[in-house]
Design a protein around this ligand. Structure first.
Ligand SMILES: Cc1cc2nc3c(=O)[nH]c(=O)nc-3n(C[C@H](O)[C@H](O)[C@H](O)COP(=O)(O)OP(=O)(O)OC[C@H]3O[C@@H](n4cnc5c(N)ncnc54)[C@H](O)[C@@H]3O)c2cc1C
Length: 258
């Protein structure tokens, strides 16, 4: 099934952290945008053969504007660099969706874990959990404090949010979040592959929901320049967790959910 495609206008560009650009998108005639729920993402068409997914990280109740936030990937194939360098205020951009493979299911308690740019789908989930009167906490890690997006917006949640910049405090300690998860609690995790793998290994079955921001891989897909290790691993079919998961489920590598 194909999602509806809309041409939107870039209304605002704002740095949300070092290396993270937030874009506000609007309909050119100020029409309402399609409804979405926390966890949804859109496909942004950046050029011929250049299409990337970005989670909606604004307010779902705001039908007039969508917000996405894009981390500039140094080793990427050009999608995020295009957003940072080419998309200007007033430009039109084709967007498909929204689609949601990371829905916030009803629960009494949530434990959210975000690594780096993985904060984007989690951000609207926090507001929804708050509004639903659920108990929740967020463990949010990043390499540096300056590179962690939306920390200002998170301040209003006080002690429910734990920020862990790796350069100051070391890596996220997942133990307290995933080792002992009561039956009324769901764990939502988005971030780098190793973080999701670690959560998957430790979290009790059925309690974890993850979204992976992995690029679409497959035969004929070129690895990023300067990453021969990645290309070699793919050629020899090394069993990265992602490849193993794809073999088990037959699913494309883009999105994996537990
Ligand atoms: C559902 C979903 C939601 C997403 N939401 C966001 C979001 O909110 N914000 C955001 O910044 N990004 C998000 N992404 C990721 C985004 O779609 C792009 O992948 C990202 O912007 C990087 O694009 P790129 O072309 O610059 O790099 P890509 O080429 O896509 O590379 C991204 C990373 O993958 C590695 N890589 C590239 N090619 C290969 C390969 N062949 N083998 C192994 N590794 C490879 C690169 O080294 C790099 O580290 C999301 C992805 C998905 C699937």
């Amino acid at each position: 099934m194909t999602s509806p495609e809309t041409e939107l206008v870039v209304e605002r560009r704002q740095m949300a952290a070092e290396g993270v650009l937030a874009l506000t998108l609007r309909h050119p005639r100020d029409e309402d945008l399609p409804r979405w729920q926390p966890g949804a993402h859109v496909d942004v068409v950046l050029g011929p053969g250049l299409e990337r997914q970005y989670s909606l990280c604004g307010d779902p109740a705001d039908r007039a504007a969508w917000r996405i936030a894009v981390l500039r990937e140094r080793d990427g194939r050009g999608g995020s660099a295009h957003v940072h360098e080419e998309l200007k205020v007033g430009d039109r951009v084709r967007v498909r969706g929204p689609r949601n493979h990371f829905r916030l299911e009803a629960a009494r308690r949530y434990r959210f874990v975000a690594g780096g740019i993985g904060i984007t789908p989690i951000l609207p989930m926090l507001a929804a959990a708050e509004e639903a009167g659920a108990e929740w906490s967020l463990l949010y890690g990043g390499r540096t404090r300056a590179g962690m997006a939306f920390t200002g917006e998170l301040e209003r949640y006080g002690e429910r949010v734990t920020l862990v910049p790796e350069e100051e405090l070391g890596r996220l300690d997942l133990g307290p979040v995933v080792d002992d998860v009561p039956g009324d609690t769901l764990v939502y995790c988005c971030g780098p592959g190793p973080l999701l793998d670690a959560a998957g290994e430790r979290c009790p079955a059925g309690r974890l929901r993850v979204e992976r921001f992995a690029p679409a891989l497959g035969p004929g897909v070129q690895g990023p320049p300067g990453r021969p290790d990645v290309e070699r691993r793919q050629r020899v079919g090394a069993r990265t967790p992602e490849l193993l998961q794809r073999r088990r489920t037959g699913a494309p590598a883009r999105r994996l959910h537990h």
